[in-house]
Write a protein that binds this ligand. Structure first.
Ligand SMILES: O=P(O)(O)O[C@@H]1C[C@H](O)[C@@H](CO)O1
Length: 194
């Protein structure tokens, strides 16, 4: 349970990142989507990290999940993006969490688009729920590494090498952006006496 180990070490904020496929047709490869919400599709099948005995010292048995992704951090992240000139590539949207490792079928992508998902990936939601349950502030974002195939006449196929290539291409700007967010969190912790 790495998130709980972080909590025991005094960590107050979680910054989580992932590579994701763009479902929203306006999203481009290389865009960055701040997660404002998620669809825990794995959770629909009972695969929620909070299932099982709940030790109240971590957090309550039943938690709301409509504010997992901290609004203040999202606003600050957008402000920093504007300051460093990356706002044209920054989006905000809903991430749907699937188990993978196969990428999605066209029918699945069409279903998730209709359900309100903007991007699809294979991680982050479990960690975000654990951290929120333990009282940590959560900020998460997706690097859109590919536009999901949504049409049977489209010959492209999702693959892991494009994920790695786009990650490498965006590493410089992401370092700068995350550095700014970390600095904001440092100041917030300082003001709150942490
Ligand atoms: O660990 P993340 O969610 O960033 O990785 C994504 C999803 C798969 O693990 C992989 C697919 O290429 O990238």
């Amino acid at each position: 349970m790495p998130v709980r180990v972080m909590k025991l070490c005094g960590v107050t904020h979680l910054i989580a990142s992932n590579a994701a496929g763009g479902i929203n047709e306006e999203y481009n490869e290389g865009d960055i989507m701040i997660m404002k919400d998620h669809i825990n599709f794995m959770g629909f099948a009972g695969n929620n990290p909070l299932v099982g005995f709940n030790d109240e010292r971590w957090g309550p048995r039943f938690i709301p999940a409509n504010k997992v992704y901290d609004k203040g951090l999202r606003e600050e992240a957008k402000r920093i993006a504007t300051k460093i000139g990356m706002s044209p590539i920054v989006r905000e949207g809903v991430y749907v969490f699937l188990g993978g490792p196969s990428f999605e079928t066209i029918a699945e992508i069409n279903m998730f688009r209709i359900c309100g998902a903007n991007a699809v990936g294979m991680s982050t939601v479990g960690e975000a729920l654990m951290a929120y349950h333990a009282g940590m502030k959560v900020f998460a974002f997706s690097l859109i590494t590919n536009k999901c195939v949504q049409d049977y006449d489209d010959d492209r196929e999702a693959n892991h090498s494009e994920v790695l290539d786009v990650g490498a291409k965006r590493s410089g700007i992401l370092k700068k952006w995350i550095g700014g967010i970390v600095e904001y969190i440092r100041q917030e912790c300082h003001q709150n006496g942490y």
